[in-house]
Design a binder for this molecule. Sequence first.
Ligand SMILES: Nc1nc2c(c(=O)[nH]1)N[C@H]1C(S)=C(S)[C@@H](COP(=O)(O)O)O[C@H]1N2
Ligand SMILES: [Mo]
Length: 365
Amino acid sequence: MPGIADKDDSLVVLGDNPLVMETPESLLDDDTTPTRKFFIRNNGLVPARTPDPDSWTVTIDGEVRNPLVLTLRELKTRFEAVTLRMVMECGGNGRSFFNPPAPGNQWTNGGVGCAEWTGVRVADVINAAGLKATAMFSGHFGADPHVSGGTDRQAMSRGVPIAKLMEPHNLIVWGMNGRPLELIHGFPLRLVIAGWPASLSTKWLTRIWIRDRVHDGPGMGGTSYRVPIAPMEPGAPPDLSNFKDLESMPVRSIVTSPADRMHFPSGTRELVLRGAAWAGDEDVAEVNVSIDCGATWHNATLDAPRNRYDWRRWTARVALPSDGYFEICSRATDSRGVSQPFAPNRWNPEGYGANPIHRIRVRVG
Ligand SMILES: Nc1nc2c(c(=O)[nH]1)N[C@H]1C(S)=C(S)[C@@H](COP(=O)(O)O)O[C@H]1N2
Ligand SMILES: [Mo]
């Protein structure tokens, strides 16, 4: 399979055609997720590696005054380059926690990573094209062939309302963690839409179509990346008039150390817990940890984010009363006071946005 030779052996393959790999929580213990540990989600095939990345073009057209066709070289010279560390999270992250099960890749918490992205602001490029008053929504296009092999149809093409598109953290990137993008992550050019499902962050980016209506590419409409407005009964047939696009990703925390099922020597009376927390468009307000499956909670200490949309690394020291078996939990709360639920709420037919409290098990002695 192209592009995965350098990946960490411990990534878990959830599917091989198209290729999907998740990162076990304990592999997300770095402040910045190294590229070799970064999850992979393809909906189509991986395009051939272009021999001439500087000549790769992205088209900005539709409801703009001056449609643009910009080469990667022009993007680098005409616009200010910025580097931001930001979370990228699959909309289906956590899907395996739904009951009844929702079909699709059975992500645990590993459809996420936090990398340093280098590129130009989407808003700067769109402003150079000049939005018309009729501009309402974007449609994003990548060069990956459909799984059938055909290049006449898109594997996936999603979009966002114009107000979100113009958010200054959204980038068109060529760099990831200080190096050119790997082919599997979108070389030579990808979109990064901050805080919303990663399906919007189109790899192998070729076009941003500015539309006068909600985009209707594959991955839009129906129950795709959509969640119920009024909560629905798990497993019930969906009423399509009750769905809206999943926008900001919900608050989530993970314990990244120790790993699940760790065994500590008899007499260990303190554990240092480490993890990460993030909350889509919101800030993380606090992270609490428990060693008794949520019967009692303690505060974790949060590191400062580098910039908005970065994740928060956290640490906590917890005392252990005895040897034995402990269920350690982490629960984050966002700036609106919304916490991770004990079991995923908001069941939906395609399994988006499941963010239950993370739980690991350790044994002492
Ligand atoms: N062109 C293209 N872009 C894409 C996809 C795709 O299939 N094709 N998958 C999307 C989805 S669903 C996710 S979760 C992220 C995964 O990004 P990664 O593989 O770099 O981790 O890419 C998004 N961008
Ligand atoms: Mo995804």
